[in-house]
Design a protein around this ligand. Sequence first.
Ligand code: B12
Ligand code: SF4
Length: 468
Amino acid sequence: MKLFGAKPKTTGEPRRLWLDLGDLGDLVNPAGPHEQWQDHGLGLLRTILRQNGLQTDLASTRACSTWDQVRAKLRGYDVLIMNVRSYTYPSAYRSAKLFKEVNPNGLVLTGGMHATVAPDEMEAVPEFDKICTGPGEGVIVDLVRDPQSFPRIILGQGARSMAEWPVLDRTLWPKPASWKLARKFNWPLEPECGWGPPAVATILTSRVCPWQCVFCNENSYIANMGRRPVEMVIDELNFIDRRYGPVGSVVIHDSMFFQNPSWLEEWIEKYPRLARTPWPYWAAARADTVRQWPELFEALIRDTNWRTVSIGFESGSDRVLRILNKECTEEDNYFTIDLLDRIAGDLERQGQPAPVFWSNIMLGIPGEQREDAFKTMRMLKYMRRVLPSIAFYAPYPGSALGHQLIAEGKSLMTKDNYHRYPDDEKVKGIDYQFYRELLAGKYDAEVNKGLPELRRRRDDYTNALTKA
Ligand code: B12
Ligand code: SF4
């Protein structure tokens, strides 16, 4: 298969701009740490383009403070390229319109998750000239070289395995756009966000999650793809550390790191031995698989410095977990909480840093009752070492439940407002006032029922509410 296209032609090229997307100002004076993460889709595709002699300039809506600044950046280009996710769709939409305003003959090439899950919505916008659904690594070179030879809707082509992906050229990522942010950013590495020491290196080892949670079900739209071999991941981290480091910690951005036991066993064997430093890292698991493979989980924590364990607990109620098709139970959740607690206590006694949960919790799920929400908050309070990440359920296109709610006219997410503020209301008919009061502590008496005295403390959960 000709994965990355034919040989380059470098002269007389059209002027091309890759526009990194996100909320205005996020690379100037960001609202929070997660707004500063770099985009691996952009990094991968610009690396491939560069290796094939196709130059793209770079601008970022996140590096601008006003739409006038964005307009000025867009002027004078023949081609605009964007990676559009649902949560960046509003900025993609507005940027495409501005681009056509200042370059009426210019072409807008798009791809990304939103193009994949909601191509109809994008097709209705005439400013999007080409819309690539699915993975772009097999098509990007030919598309950028000769866009007019493609139809408007393009079926993307991915690699069979992430082993085929080149090492990202991280210098192709946008820079922080203010001296204040630049001081702490560690570009082309990434800034600290509370999960581990700076500088942070983000990396992907897998792209596919085989589960079918109805609020997500990525495997219905992310094509199957082999995992990146363990040694390639470690080599890339060592290279980053040598070239741009020192790296302080790693964030493994996989949707589901804790899968494929044989890959994980190899990681346990090689990471402590071959990594220049066994950097502490953040990575994701599920409560049911932790319960299925507790020894593997424990070995990863103890031997590979897995220090921030992201778990999509989502709910503390079996009824809601079933609505979500989470395939995890209350019992799985408590098993995982107790196991991490035991390992953490043990490591602390040995004077070592203890692992913590990054605990994803959803509230405001259609069908959730008050008692379910109390159980969820009770479960959260039961965790002793936890960074809570609470979100009001958001009906994203691409997910089964999202599609259903959109079709029923119950979604409050629009192209101008896929997600703006953490406490935005996302679904019609949900009593958001109740949830705000729940987070503020109004129902603590109910939540605390059955909780040991020590775990009845009150954290400010309103601040734990994240954009979703
Ligand atoms: C890492 C990650 C994050 C990180 C960092 C995000 C970032 N800056 O990149 C963090 C933790 C911050 C995050 C947060 C959120 N995320 Co997120 N995240 C991911 C994750 C796990 C990996 C993204 C990634 O790097 N993929 C790998 C790269 C290579 O893929 P890619 O960018 O899609 O690009 C490929 C194709 O799309 C295509 N392509 C892209 N651009 C273009 C352009 C052209 C021209 C072409 C031809 C092709 C093309 O080719 C690329 C190579 O194959 C994905 C799930 C996943 N497995 O992809 C979710 C995902 C993107 N996130 C999602 C969501 C909803 C969020 C949140 C809103 C909350 C949440 N539920 O997690 C927040 C909002 C963030 C914000 N900024 O406000 C959804 C998006 C759904 C959608 N319909 O768009 C996903 C799909 C997960 C999910 N199923 O819910 N996220
Ligand atoms: S929520 Fe997590 S476990 Fe469920 S399908 Fe998505 S990535 Fe997989």
